[in-house]
Ligand binder design. Structure first.
Ligand code: ADP
Length: 410
C-alpha cells in the first residue's frame, strides 16, 4: 500500500498506543499494531500485523522490542517502523489522523482538532482522569510528526448524546448537573453506532427506522437502546463504571456501599477507585476477569464461578428487558458484539434461551456456528425479534468519521 493517500487511526491508552492505517484509493484497512508498555524501557514492545490483501499480498506479523519513554517517542518509533516496512513516504501520504477520545462531555459529533476542541478534551478530563490524558498524549504525538495534517477526535460518548434528560440525569440536586456536569454520558458509542448501522443493513431498513438493543460485551461491557437509529439509553454512566457486571468493574452498585467502604474500611479515594474499577466485577467475585476461565470454573462446579457467571448473564437479561420497555416493545433486533458477544455462544445461549417469551427465539445451530469474527443472524427465521452477531470495528468507524469531519468523502 505504498505511495497512495492514507489515513491513520490512533487509540492511546495510559501506557499503550494502538494504530491502524487505511489506504484511501481504494479504501482498505492495511497494517495495524500496538505499542505496549510505553515508559517501561525493558518491556516496551511494538506488535504489528498486516492482513492478507485482496490482491494476493500475504499477511505478516511483527514483534519488536523498542524502548519509548512516552507517547511522542512511541509515535516516532511507529513512524520508523512504517517507513521501513510499509511505505517509505508514509509521513507525506497521511491526509488525516483520527483519534479515539473517551470523554467528550456534551459533544455529539467528531470534531476537527484545534486549540478550542483540545481545550474541551482537557476540560472533560475532570470526569475521565484515567482516559482523556492519554488521548491528549496521542494527539500531541501525532502533531509532533504530522504538522498541518487535519486531525479529528472521535468520542466514545458522542453517540449517546441523543439520550433524553430523563435517561441521562441522576436524581441528585440540579446544581450537580449545572455546575459540575454530573450526568450520564455513556461509552463505547463508536461501537454501538457501528453496530446499529450494520444491523440496519442486515434488516434491510434505513438506520432512521431501526430499533435495536446493542450489547457490546467485552472486558468492558455496555448495552444501548436505540430508537430510529438514535441512542435513547445506555448502561454506562458519568464514567464507564455503571451498568453491567464487567471484567474488573462492579457495574451498578448502591452508592451508599461506597460511603460505607470508605468509612468502615478507611479506604482512600484512590484505593476505592481501584477497588471498584480494577478489583471488582468477575475478577473480584471469581478470581478471573476472563469469562472463559469463569465458564470453565462453573463447569467444574466452583461456587463463585457459578455465581459470577449467573450475575453476568442476569444483568444483561435485566437490561435487555428494561430496554425492550424503553423501546415500547418495538425491537427489531438484539445485537451481540465484542470479545464475549462475538465469541461465546455459551453466554449468548444462557442470556437468550430464557427470553423466548419476549419474542427473541434463538437458533442453537446458528448460535454455535457464529463465532470467531463471523457476522450473522442467530435467531430462527420466524423470530419476531432478530438476534444478530456483528463483530465490532471501532477503527473502521473512526476512519469513516475522520474522513467526513476532515472534509474528505466518507
Ligand atoms: P476490551 O473491553 O478489552 O476491548 P474485548 O472486547 O477484547 O475486551 O473482550 C475481551 C474479553 O472477551 C476477554 O476478557 C474474555 O473474557 C472474553 N472472551 C473472548 N473470547 C471468549 C470466549 N470464547 N468465551 C467467553 N469469553 C470470551
Amino acid at each position: 500500500m505504498s505511495g497512495a493517500a492514507k489515513l491513520l487511526v490512533l487509540n492511546a491508552g495510559s501506557s499503550s498506543l494502538k494504530f491502524k492505517i487505511f489506504g484511501l484509493e481504494p479504501f482498505a484497512a492495511g497494517v495495524s499494531g500496538m505499542f505496549d508498555r510505553i515508559g517501561d524501557a525493558a518491556n516496551c514492545t511494538l506488535k504489528a500485523s498486516a492482513a492478507a490483501d485482496a490482491a494476493g499480498g500475504k499477511g505478516r506479523k511483527w514483534e519488536l522490542k523498542i524502548p519509548a519513554k512516552d507517547h511522542v517517542g512511541a509515535m516516532q518509533n511507529i513512524m520508523e517502523f512504517i517507513k521501513e516496512n510499509v511505505s517509505s513516504g508514509f509521513a507525506r501520504e497521511v491526509v488525516a489522523v483520527g483519534h479515539r477520545i473517551v470523554h467528550g462531555l456534551e459533544i455529539s459529533q467528531p470534531v476537527l482538532l484545534n486549540d478550542k476542541s483540545i481545550a474541551k478534551i482537557r476540560e472533560a478530563a475532570v470526569l475521565a482522569p484515567l482516559h482523556n490524558p492519554p488521548g491528549l498524549q496521542g494527539i500531541e504525538a501525532a502533531e509532533s510528526v504530522f504538522r498541518g495534517v487535519p486531525q479529528v477526535a472521535v468520542f466514545d460518548t458522542a453517540f449517546h448524546q441523543t439520550m433524553p434528560p430523563h435517561a441521562y440525569m441522576y436524581g441528585l440536586p440540579y446544581d450537580m448537573y449545572e455546575k459540575h456536569k454530573i450526568r450520564r454520558y455513556g461509552f463505547h458509542g463508536t461501537s454501538h453506532q457501528y453496530l446499529v448501522e450494520q444491523a440496519a443493513e442486515m434488516l434491510g431498513k434505513p438506520v432512521s427506522e431501526t430499533n435495536v438493543i446493542t450489547c457490546h460485551l467485552g472486558n468492558g461491557s455496555s448495552i444501548a437502546a436505540v430508537r430510529g437509529g438514535q441512542c435513547i439509553d445506555t448502561t454506562m454512566g458519568m464514567t464507564p463504571l455503571e451498568g453491567l457486571l464487567m471484567g474488573t468493574r462492579c457495574g451498578d452498585v448502591d452508592p451508599a456501599v461506597v460511603l460505607h467502604i470508605q468509612k468502615q474500611l478507611k479506604l482512600s479515594i484512590q484505593d476505592t477507585d481501584t477497588l471498584l474499577n480494577k478489583k471488582s466485577g468477575l475478577l473480584g467475585l471469581t478470581g478471573s476477569n476472563d469469562l472463559r476461565a469463569v465458564i470453565d470454573g462453573a463447569h467444574r462446579g466452583e461456587p463463585r464461578s457459578v455465581l459470577g457467571l449467573a450475575m453476568f448473564v442476569y444483568r444483561v437479561q435485566k437490561y435487555i428487558g428494561a430496554y425492550t420497555a424503553a423501546l415500547l416493545g418495538k425491537v427489531d433486533a438484539v445485537v451481540f458484539s465484542a470479545g464475549i458477544g462475538e465469541n461465546s455462544s455459551i453466554i449468548r445461549g444462557l442470556i437468550l434461551e430464557p427470553l423466548k417469551g419476549m419474542g427473541m427465539v434463538l437458533d442453537p445451530a446458528a448460535n454455535a456456528a457464529t463465532v470467531g469474527g463471523k457476522q450473522g443472524a442467530i435467531s430462527v427465521p420466524a423470530s419476531p425479534v432478530k438476534l444478530f452477531v456483528i463483530p465490532t470495528d471501532e477503527e473502521l468507524a473512526i476512519a469513516h468519521q475522520t474522513l467526513k469531519a476532515s472534509g474528505r468523502a466518507g
